[in-house]
Ligand binder design. Structure first.
Ligand code: HAM
Length: 427
């Protein structure tokens, strides 16, 4: 075999990560907080497969998404793709099996996603999302609750620096139409708008033959943070209704859900192209280019996948970025240490030690045992390296008195404890 000479064969693929047990402990801790918060808002967890038909992701996003996708043919010649996100799979699941469920249907998920992105800190080719979808209502209170859930999950996780930005694509589209900016022209300027490159937007519009006054008006609209200003802009009745709903969402968010530190941002366009109506993003300024922690909004996918039309909205949080954000803020992750490390002094006491270990585990304690027969000195050193709270020594003197020695690993204090009292003494 030539394996020995090819150094890359046994290396981790670019953009993927291994997680140590310490990292897993942090991740499980945050995942549990997120799960509890989803459930406290009446959402229920689902799971979908890691790969889907390629068509599912191409249906709305078209050929452009192919650059970003991991796709392949299976042995039956089927075109499949690793999921880049979980909204399309969730709606596919809904259309296939959940349409008859009582509404509104509130679903949440955790899942690994795959994108052929250029890897850097906070951006990976395999990453995890925590997200949710609500199907069957587009009331302002449903939308306000959705935004407040996203915000609350990140707050509950412990992140201090959060920026919540809220926009609306229906209103933005109507402004494009008012200014007679064609679909093709929109396609060109949307990435510029997304990056707040307003000078370039004006230049592009001038090249398209749009009057300077109109181009500047558009940029003024994109930069505004005031509802009043937006109101002055909107002419058609449909959009006026959408704006009224937008205002109600913001009022509910502030007055009822108690979230005051959000900003209206009309230049949110979102990378994925299935959105309409409400859109929002949450970022944490300290993370630089990869600062976006959450994105979501209202969208249409159900009828595209053959279902009976129903309103839908959702969001996804970048799980890995949440962890990076917490680490950047020096968040104090709790650690779970071993309660007791048990050391039989010689072979003769192994059986007795195992019986005690098992009883303590049954009682809910976290217990480990010297499996290497390495003697008291080295065992105590090991107990201290795994940060055990207590060590238990079982030897001839102890057993003669039907007892064990319990050593506090912080203070070094030792006590002889009767076997029947061990549980209470350790607790
Ligand atoms: P998205 O904005 O594409 O939305 O992704 C959501 C979040 O996933 C981002 O804000 C970011 O934190 C994280 N993320 C994206 N790409 C990467 C990456 N390469 N590495 C690490 N983290 C990443 C969606 O996926 C929509 N499905 C959200 C949604 C749900 N809309 C409606 N319902």
């Amino acid at each position: 075999m030539t394996y020995l000479y090819n150094q890359n064969v046994f290396k981790i693929p670019r953009g993927t990560r291994d997680f140590t047990s310490q990292e897993m402990e942090k991740r499980r801790y945050i995942e549990e907080i997120m799960r509890t918060t989803f459930m406290s808002f009446g959402y229920n967890e689902i799971q979908t497969p890691t790969f889907e038909t390629l068509e599912l992701f191409k249906a709305k996003s078209g050929q452009e998404i192919m650059d970003e996708l991991y796709y392949f043919k299976d042995k039956g010649n089927r075109d499949l793709a690793l999921r880049p996100e979980l909204t399309a799979p969730t709606i596919r699941f809904y259309v296939e099996k959940l349409q008859m469920e009582p509404k509104p249907l509130k679903l949440f998920y955790f899942g690994n996603c795959y994108r052929y992105d250029r890897p850097q800190k906070g951006r990976y080719r395999e990453f995890k999302q925590a997200g949710c979808e609500i199907i069957g209502t587009d009331s302002p209170e449903a939308n306000a609750e959705l935004i407040s859930l996203a915000y609350k999950i990140l707050k509950n996780s412990g992140i201090k620096n959060l920026k919540l930005n809220i926009g609306n694509l229906t209103i933005l589209s109507s402004v494009f139409n008012q200014l007679k900016i064609t679909k093709d022209q929109q396609k060109y300027i949307i990435p510029l708008i997304d990056k707040s490159m307003f000078e370039e937007v004006i230049d592009a519009l001038r090249d398209f033959g749009i009057e300077n006054k109109d181009a500047e008006n558009l940029v003024r609209f994109l930069k505004t943070t005031e509802i009043k200003f937006i109101k002055g802009f909107i002419e058609d009745d449909e959009t006026k209704k959408e704006l009224e709903k937008f205002e109600t969402i913001l009022t509910l968010l502030e007055k009822a859900f108690g979230i005051k530190d959000f900003k209206i941002q009309m230049n949110i366009v979102r990378g994925l192209d299935y959105y309409k109506g409400l859109v929002f993003e949450i970022e944490t300024p300290k993370l630089g280019a990869e600062k976006q922690l959450c994105g979501g909004g209202e969208y249409d996918l159900i009828s595209l996948f053959g279902g009976k039309d129903a309103p839908s909205a959702g969001f996804a949080i970048g799980f890995d970025r949440t962890i990076v954000a917490l680490e950047t803020e020096n968040f104090n992750f709790p650690t779970k240490n071993i309660d007791v490390y048990v050391i039989p002094l010689t072979e003769d006491f192994i059986e007795k030690a195992i019986i005690i270990v098992q009883a303590l585990r049954e009682a809910g304690l976290t217990v480990d045992l010297d499996l290497l027969r390495r003697g008291i000195g080295k065992s105590l050193k090991y107990a201290s390296s795994i940060k055990a709270k207590k060590a238990m020594i079982i030897g001839p003197d102890e057993i003669k008195q039907n007892s064990v020695t319990i050593r506090d690993m912080d203070t070094g204090e030792q006590k002889l404890i009767k076997i029947e009292n061990i549980k209470n003494s350790i607790r």
